[in-house]
Design a protein around this ligand. Structure first.
Ligand code: ZN
Length: 288
C-alpha cells in the first residue's frame, strides 16, 4: 500500500486471463515479446485482472477502479480466455480497513471491456437469471461517449462488450455519466484524464499528490512490458493515437515524477518509470 495525496492505494489481483500474445503486442515480433511474457501452447500470455483500491479515510470515500472479469461465465466461455476470478479478493482486501462491499462509494469503469467491467455484477440465484450489483451503494463512473460506443461497437471490437455487465447499473440509477472532453473532477484528490487509442473515451483517474501523482493507465499501457511507445496492442482501434498518448504520459513521468498503475500486469501493480535511458522501463516497482 502507498499513500498518494489524500488516498491510501493498493492494487488487488481479482483474477487472471490469457490472451493471444501476438494480439497483445501488435507489430512487435514474437522473438522480442516472448522474453517478457512467455506464451502457453496456444500462444496465450498470462495477464492479471487488477482492481485499484483507493481509500480516503478523512472523506470516508472508498474508490475501486476496474472490477475484473467477474463470475458470470459458462465453463466454455471461461476456458476460451482461461478466465479465473476470485469473488473474495476484494472483500479480503477491504476487511483490514473495517470495510465491506457495501462501503464502496465509487467504482470507476475506465472502459467497459468484459475483463474490466464484468465484476460489477453477479448472477443472483442462477446463471442467466436476475443480476445482483456487487457494490450496491456506489456511484459507477463511466464516460457518456464510451457508453455510447459500447452500445454501438464496431465489428472489430463488438465481442469485447457484454451488455449484462453494465446495463443493469443504468436501470438501477447507479451509473454516473461523465461528459465532455475536459470533464469536471469527480471528487477531491482525483481528476480525469481521457484516452482514445485503445477504445474511445477511456476514463483514467489521476490521483493528485504534491510530489508524485499516480495515474491508472487502463489499457493504454496494460502491463509494464507495454511501456515502450511502439509496444501497442493489436486490439487497439487507433494504435497511433495510443502511441502518442503514451509519449505524453511518459513525458509527465519525466517532468512531474508521475507514477503509473497498470490493470493487467501479473507481477507489478504500479511503477516509477525510468525515462532517462531512452527506452522507458521500470525504475522502481511500487509497493501496492
Ligand atoms: Zn480493453
Amino acid at each position: 500500500m502507498i499513500r498518494v495525496g489524500r488516498f491510501q492505494i493498493l492494487s488487488v489481483i481479482n483474477g487472471h486471463c490469457r490472451l493471444d500474445g501476438g494480439a497483445m503486442f501488435g507489430v512487435v515480433p514474437k522473438a522480442l515479446w516472448q522474453k517478457k511474457a512467455p506464451p502457453d501452447e496456444l500462444n496465450r500470455i498470462l495477464l492479471a485482472t487488477r482492481t485499484l483500491v483507493a481509500i480516503d479515510e478523512q472523506a470516508r470515500r472508498v474508490v475501486l477502479v476496474d472490477t475484473g472479469a467477474g463470475s458470470k461465465w459458462s465453463p466454455e466461455e471461461a476456458q476460451r480466455y482461461a478466465i479465473t476470478y476470485d469473488p473474495d479478493a476484494l472483500p479480503d482486501a477491504l476487511a483490514p480497513f473495517g470495510l465491506t462491499a457495501a462501503d464502496v462509494t465509487d467504482v470507476v469503469i475506465a472502459h467497459l471491456h468484459f475483463d474490466h467491467a464484468g465484476g460489477m455484477t453477479t448472477w443472483k440465484d442462477k446463471p442467466g437469471g436476475e443480476l445482483g450489483i456487487r457494490f450496491p451503494n456506489a456511484r459507477h463512473w463511466v464516460h457518456a461517449k464510451h457508453l455510447e460506443h459500447a452500445r454501438n461497437p464496431t465489428l472489430r471490437d463488438q465481442t469485447s462488450f457484454i451488455p449484462r455487465d453494465y446495463e443493469a447499473l443504468g436501470e438501477r440509477g447507479l451509473l454516473r455519466r461523465v461528459t465532455g472532453d475536459e470533464p469536471e473532477p469527480p471528487f477531491e484528490g482525483v481528476r480525469w484524464r481521457l484516452s482514445h487509442g485503445h477504445t474511445p473515451y477511456q476514463l483514467l483517474p489521476w490521483f493528485e499528490d504534491d510530489q508524485r501523482p499516480l495515474l491508472f493507465v487502463g489499457d493504454m499501457i496494460p502491463t509494464a512490458s507495454h511501456l515502450p511507445p511502439a509496444w501497442v496492442m493489436g486490439y487497439d482501434l487507433f494504435p497511433l493515437t495510443t502511441l502518442e498518448e503514451k509519449q505524453r504520459v511518459l513525458q509527465l513521468c519525466a517532468d512531474r515524477g508521475l507514477r503509473l498503475a497498470f490493470p493487467h500486469d501479473p507481477e507489478v501493480g504500479g511503477v516509477e518509470v525510468d525515462v532517462a535511458s531512452g527506452r522507458p522501463s521500470i525504475s522502481r516497482a511500487l509497493d501496492i
